[in-house]
Design a protein around this ligand. Structure first.
Ligand code: SF4
Length: 335
């Protein structure tokens, strides 16, 4: 059966605590959608994707739970959405194998992310190569109709759509073609102004950093290099600080930033202080909610989330196995 209400699937890698780039780029929008309840929302912490490159097993478990606690604190209310960990629902990896039969190797070799991540590496795992097949399985398992994607994931989603066409042509109308929903949020650069905000580049501010730590990281952040002195007029449209203002500051404040920057009426520190205060105001209730979370509590939440996800996943797998003619017909647990 296909879902009647739009079903949105979002995956997030457990690559460390959430930073302000994750928050402004995705999590804040997810929380709004959870509050609005216009769509059926499935959020999956994709830990099986995180093991395609070298990793530390203990650290991964910790990151997975930390991320789940961060997400709940941001507003992903588990009563109003499905929040779970990918590897708790084993149908993801099972479906990936079946979908691999409908995915040409040539297409996987053309994936830009594979080329980027494997370049210059001595050891490249097969899992890194077949990663997009698992991503297709994540989405198709739930017959998601909408998938929010960043520019870097568009190619993977197109592959998933092609897999649907190829699989359905061979085995009948089992899957639905997911539609991409491109993020409208402007991309927040790292604090050094050098490309993406990323924990591995140490150019982020963790969302739940205490206010003094937050400010100490924001204070030296890269701005328009043309503003070497306070009297030099700046170009807010080229400044990462202004991009963040557009996300968290009122329209009047944004006008004030443009006017004060282009007219050299204030220094970058004044501009950053305003941004800091606006962030702080928004983050106070989230920090309080984050402090309420415990590892034991979140394990329970994730267990319940996995039960909800599994119920859908097992239904899809029953259809897939029957359509592909696999299995003996003997009872399968949950099948
Ligand atoms: Fe950027 Fe603000 Fe400085 Fe202008 S005043 S360059 S917008 S930090």
């Amino acid at each position: 059966m296909s879902p009647t209400k739009p079903r949105v699937f979002s995956g997030i890698q457990p690559s460390g605590e959430l930073h302000i780039g994750n928050y402004l780029g995705a999590t804040r929008t997810w929380a709004q959608q959870v509050a609005e309840q216009k769509e059926e929302l499935i959020f999956c912490i994709v830990d099986a994707h995180a093991i395609t490159v070298e990793y530390d097993a203990k650290e991964l478990k910790k990151r997975t739970l930390d991320l789940a606690m961060d997400l709940v604190a941001c507003g992903l209310d588990p009563e109003k959405c499905t929040l779970f960990v990918q590897s708790d629902v084993r149908e993801h990896t099972e479906l990936a194998w079946y979908l691999a039969t409908a995915t040409p190797m040539g297409d996987l070799g053309r994936m830009t992310q594979f080329k980027d991540k494997s370049e210059g590496k001595e050891f490249v795992s097969t899992a890194l190569f077949t990663y997009p097949v698992l991503m297709s399985a994540d989405i198709l398992l739930y017959k998601a109709t909408v998938v929010p994607v960043g520019e870097d994931q568009v190619q993977h989603l197109e592959l998933a759509r092609e897999t649907v066409r190829r699989f359905n042509y061979r085995h009948g109308e089992i899957f639905v073609e997911p539609q991409p929903r491109l993020s409208k949020t402007p991309r927040i650069l790292g604090l050094d102004g050098q490309g993406k905000m990323s924990k591995s580049k140490n150019n982020t501010i963790a969302l739940f950093d205490e206010p003094d730590v937050f400010w100490n990281k924001l204070r030296p952040a890269f701005t328009d290099p043309q503003r070497a002195r306070k009297v030099d007029p700046g170009r807010p449209e080229l400044c990462n600080i202004f991009t963040m203002h557009k996300a968290v500051s009122s329209e009047d404040q944004q006008k004030e930033v443009v006017d004060s920057c282009t007219g050299a009426k204030w220094g970058c520190m004044d501009c950053k202080k305003m941004l800091f205060e606006n962030f702080n105001r928004e983050l106070v209730p989230l920090r309080a909610k984050r402090k309420e979370q415990t590892p034991e509590g979140i394990v329970k939440v994730l267990g319940e989330g996995a039960d909800k996800a599994r119920a859908i996943a097992q239904g899809t797998m029953r259809e897939v196995r029957a359509a592909m003619g696999i299995g003996s017909g003997a009872p399968v647990p949950g099948g």
